[in-house]
Design a protein around this ligand. Sequence first.
Ligand SMILES: Nc1ncnc2c1ncn2[C@@H]1O[C@H](COP(=O)(O)OP(=O)(O)OP(=O)(O)O)[C@@H](O)[C@H]1O
Ligand SMILES: [Mg+2]
Length: 611
Amino acid sequence: MIDTVHGRGPAGCAQRVPPGPVPSPRFPPWPSERNDAPPDHQETAITASDPVPLRKDGTPSAGTATSAVELRGITKRFPGVVANHDINLTVRTGTVHALMGENGAGKSTLMKILYGMQKPDEGTIAINGEQCEFSTPGDAISRGIGMVHQHFMLADNLTVLENVVLGGEKIHGIGAKAKAKIKEISDQYGLGVRPDALVEDLGVADRQRVEILKVLYRGAKILILDEPTAVLVPQEVDALFDNLRELKSEGVTVIFISHKLHEVLAVADAISVIRRGTTVGDADPKAVTARQLAEMMVGAELPSPESRESTVTTAEMLDVKDLRIAKTDAEGIERVVLDDISLRIHKGEILGIAGVEGNGQAELVEAIMGMLPLDGGTVTLDGKDLSGTLTRARREAGIGYIPEDRHRHGLLLEAPLWENRILGHVTEEPNSKGMLLDPSAARVDTRRIVEQYDVRTPGIEVTAASLSGGNQQKLIIGREMSHQPKLLIAAHPTRGVDVGAQAQIWEHIRAAQREGLAVLLISADLDELIGLSDTIRVIYRGRLVADADPATVTAEDLGTAMTGAASGHIESEPEALAEAHAVAAEGTQAENTPADGTDPSDTADDPQAGE
Ligand SMILES: Nc1ncnc2c1ncn2[C@@H]1O[C@H](COP(=O)(O)OP(=O)(O)OP(=O)(O)O)[C@@H](O)[C@H]1O
Ligand SMILES: [Mg+2]
């Protein structure tokens, strides 16, 4: 979906100053025009006759003068699911407020309501102390609200510039002025956005940055970021957080959704947790630990992907030799995107690829999958040369694929879950029998996947689009693991899944690994990379420039190698390593031993929303 800005006036907001008739309509200026000036209505005094706002726990709050956003009693139902049930949320102006909760808890739905994309069945929204009713995102945008979605909303066939100005043509036009503004914002926040690049050619992290820029371009004063860091590597996350702090100092309010507990603790001023569609409480980031947060969210311990006993064999599963791919970019210049790549993965081995996005990871995956033609080199799976074969043949030969962008390459959003279960495996059992599809067998197996991979859904006939992001991911993992792949290509396999589901996915991968599965793992999450991999290679500018043993490398040193600052065999200083291991061990131990002696899983048996 692409936001459009409507020519019509006020965004359905009314001042909350009784008595008297409905306030006269206001026509707030375009957000970017009033950049630093607070909206005039912000000064609205709270009179004694105002309804006293409630906190999330239902107690009266101090007032709305400093509240950028107040959601009260928000309820939203979908067929078979109560996505939001009586949610209360107060976000103070000029703060970074984290919204946390397990997959399907209702976070994105709540934010889409605040952004005018969905209408609540019950409840009220107040922005800067004014009651508002939003019918469209345009209404919300005109109130200074911007949203970066969990799944990108960019038009692939347009350039970055076109995407950014789309719907906001009135701000700086669509030409040179707009381009200059984009460059200015990009430089100011270190986003590295190229206005003339085609969105189609961008990787997920780049697209994430375009989405962020698009919102900043509109001068949003209240920024909603729905999992903006899911595919960013630590350096990029740090840069984004610096930007958020800067924005905050300019009076911008940020609502931030993330499953990464340490990130939230690092950046948030306040935390609200929702669970099964309703607010379960607030946490003070200065006082709460990651473990307590995990418990609040999913009622389970915080997992850690530390390596277990090795399952690596000497039998070769994947052999990639001298891979070379060149691409001609928009300016007509040929760029070598994969240069002389050779790697081997054995049965029972996980090979992790570390790298800042855009250094050739996507091309490497696509080359192995047969989605990109090779300019040189070979791909051999289990002794069989697949170099010239089609993607279908590679799938049938035993390659499972968890794509980096689940919407682009993983799902048919408008198709039911059981059809999505068939996707990519049309010719394989149980989806087909002989030459014919077998929908009933596919349906039965979809139910099994839903059960086994804990996909939270009211049924298998709903569309993939109606699942929450993390649950879409779980469905894909379930599908790909169900064909007993010989090789699993896993790009950000736990992207957007909550800490509980993350542990389950790791366990599924490990179990298959023990049976001989070979895995090519690409992940922006360096803890995941170090914890799961048996070997790590670093990709930089299309070349494998360094390698590391996960047992002897820290995330920090890996991060340094990813910037091209180190090459060869990377080994961390023993002291740094010991410290990293101690921190990890401490975390794991603490997670498994709740301070109050209760079993954390005790709290995990709430009925699922809407069930
Ligand atoms: N358009 C829709 N139609 C039907 N059900 C929906 C729709 N959008 C969301 N839901 C359901 O509402 C619930 C909340 O989904 P939501 O996307 O808000 O979760 P979330 O907290 O953002 O989860 P995640 O962390 O996985 O992104 C889920 O059960 C989901 O299946
Ligand atoms: Mg979501």
